[in-house]
Design a protein around this ligand. Sequence first.
Ligand code: GLN
Length: 306
Amino acid sequence: MINLEKIRNKNLPLTKNGHVASYIPALARVKADQLGIVIYDLDSNQLQSVGQSQVRFAIESISKVITLLYAIKQRGFEEVNSRVNTRQSGFAFNSILNLEIEHEKKPLNPFINAGAIMTTSLIKPQDNLTPFEQILAFAQEICHDPELSLDEEIFYSEDETGDVDRSLAYYLKAHMMIQDNVTDSLRTYFKQCSMKVTATSLANLGAVLANDGIKPWDNERIISSQAATFVKSLMMTTGLYNESGVYSARMGLPTKSGVGGGLMSAAPHKCGIGVFSPPLDKDGNSVAGLSVLNELSDELNLDIFK
Ligand code: GLN
């Protein structure tokens, strides 16, 4: 068994090298010196955790993985692919410039904000449930976390300060990429980002992706093999924004980050990993979290190209 305590002690001081996200005011109040690490090992079917593994924090951009998987489940792979591209972006995740580079009138990928708002807009009311109610229920199931819920305070904070995201959504509408009511899609997007998870829920999500779409805790398939592979590939190419290429080359581990300080990785057929540490680098990725993932990739031999 790997010595997670040692890895945590070594990396905790790195929390001083980053800054907690402050552009969403509710996130600025989070305590900085936290580091939680959880590994869901598929071989032993067991979780190993250390530090703040049960502390709840905002999922933020990692929710984009969940809505993408749910949109594929509800609308089908072809429709989702026809509405959002799979290209890398050279700009920040919320840059309007991402939209100026048009490829077949589609946002560049589902992990920049414009692409995520597009994905969210594809989810339709079903069985008397709103799109957000469906996303929440799906998130609880795929993260094996029935307590996963919406944090109203973070939601209001996102909504109040979300004018850049509003601009992106109205750009999509003005350019006929979204025809529906963008106000509803924006609300759903802000709510999905404001769901509270733990590093353990993220390790569970990573484990489902690593296990080809089958929940390892009950052996039931929740997403198709095709969806699991597609999402892992996208995490590899665009999961860490502008740093994606650097980390794909460095640790070769499909990973998605969020500005709440979460990181979720899926090492195919090996393990799912959830890390929580709020201070971020300039691109919006957890500083201590990325360093932990580098070490885990080396020590557990997780690089998919090895
Ligand atoms: N809610 C955040 C936003 O829309 C999510 C961004 C992120 O985690 N990178 O800006």
